[in-house]
Ligand binder design. Structure first.
Ligand code: 9D3
Length: 224
């Protein structure tokens, strides 16, 4: 699977490619990620990527020309193109699965107050948000999308590692609690069932514990 990521902070994105599942996917040849510096697509003397908003107001807006130039240089129109923006469709595991089925994604990292709306309508680009909180720009969100999608690329995650069995995978519940050795730590015991070796009983305990954790942490998941 291929990714082209367009940003004014290429080093910030590259730092996130060097570790973990993303780096493993690249090493194994399953993933090809190219990071493009938006300033390389400017044509003016000052290499401007932003300007003041029409209509006034605080902050700056990302200019459309360098974004169109960057995306068109990568093969316009043919690839699904995402614009990371707090005003986008919220990323969830269903969207992650949809994106993982694409052969090639272009990801534009927004900065400042936002990106000129003609990028959304003209490219076109789909706006995607990583959740209802504010970060400073689209670079960390791009890494979130990339890591979530990469996990689903066949061969990146080995057998024996958790995959689609995890939370949001199928049953709509959070994962059950996990324990490892020692069996007692600072007076806190691992639930006895997990030490019993009775696999039917362990399964039942995990189902109950997952339901209880979901009730406590994410009751909204049970209402659907
Ligand atoms: C008061 C208007 N603000 C929107 C909530 C302005 C604003 C804040 C932060 C505009 C852009 C940004 C930068 N954030 C992103 O580019 C961003 C983001 C986010 O802030 N939250 C969740 N997902 C994303 S994806 C890109």
């Amino acid at each position: 699977m291929k990714f082209d990521i367009v940003t004014i902070f290429p080093r910030m994105v590259e730092a996130g490619l060097a570790e973990g599942v993303i780096s493993r996917g690249i090493e194994r040849g399953l993933l090809d990620v190219k990071v493009h510096d938006l300033r390389g697509y400017t044509t003016d003397r000052h290499r401007s990527v932003d300007d003041v908003p029409y209509g006034g107001g605080p902050g700056m807006v990302m200019k459309p020309e360098p974004v169109f130039a960057a995306v068109e240089a990568l093969g316009a129109g043919e690839r699904r193109t995402l614009l990371l923006s707090p005003a986008g469709r919220t990323l969830d595991q269903a969207l992650v699965r949809e994106l993982a089925a694409e052969p090639w994604l272009v990801v534009i990292c927004g900065r400042y107050e936002g990106v000129d709306e003609r990028v959304v309508e003209g490219l076109p680009a789909e706006e995607v948000s990583i959740g209802d909180y504010v970060v400073a720009g689209g670079e960390v969100p791009a890494l979130v999308v990339l890591e979530a999608v990469t996990r689903l690329v066949p061969g990146v995650i080995g057998r024996g590692e958790s995959h689609e069995q995890d939370s949001f995978g199928q049953n709509g519940l959070l994962d059950h609690p996990h324990y490892t050795r020692p069996a007692e730590f600072r007076g806190m015991q691992v639930p006895r069932t997990l030490l019993s070796g009775n696999h039917a009983e362990i399964e039942r305990w995990r189902r109950d514990a997952a339901l209880e954790k979901t009730r406590r942490n994410r009751p909204d998941l049970l209402e659907r």
